[in-house]
Design a protein around this ligand. Sequence first.
Ligand SMILES: [Zn+2]
Ligand SMILES: [Zn+2]
Length: 259
Amino acid sequence: METFLFTKEIKNIRSTFFDRGITIPVTLHEKFSEYLSGGRLYKGKSRKITIFLGGVDFEVTLRSIGFTNPTRGEDWQINWTAGHDISKKLKQIFAKSHTDANEKDEYFVLYATGVKDTFCMEPILNHEILIPKMSELALENLLELPNLTGEAEALIERCNLLKLYKLNLNLSEQLKREYRYRCQICGLDVGLFFGAQVVDCHHINYFSVSLDNAASNLLIVCPNHHRIIHAAEPTFDRERKLFRYPNGLEEVLRLNAHL
Ligand SMILES: [Zn+2]
Ligand SMILES: [Zn+2]
């Protein structure tokens, strides 16, 4: 559903990253083309693509630049300008790298998604850390935050686990989009009326125990169902795709396309 393409340390591309864009490694041109609706991009051509970053879609240009020296071939770049919204977002997310040339340990990861011409950029920031002994619900909520700030940051300590988790985090975003922000249990998009997206991603086998962040362990649920699941702790019957609550109530998934 989601395919890792490449990762770069911001420090190494800092001079062009914020105001100009990124270069796609030549070795990935072929693979990258599989995720373009128009197939391979020819030399000198450009195309509009979408990058999903920090919960927002940005339209940017994918461009193939040919060199006069034939041995150099072509460069594929995803371009933006200093005034582009994605540039502002990147400066906000990677604020440390933007202001400090020596900042280390900030990376982005680029993924292809299940939707053609749409790619996910996932920031990996050096201050991201995990609270070891949190409740599962708090842990899930924390991990859903695009950027940790203030109190949450003060509470937590460094842990590589979160980095690993973050590498897979876009999966939950992807699933939410596939379910159009509706709850798999009740089928409702409870934020719709308010123009907000509030759907959650729940781990069937608790992440704090299983460390399993694969799609097969994820459920998209509304905040009400999410609270209820963690409060009542129903068992999930994978065969019948239903939750069985301690009081005997059974709730069958209304929406399911991935389990
Ligand atoms: Zn629900
Ligand atoms: Zn949960």
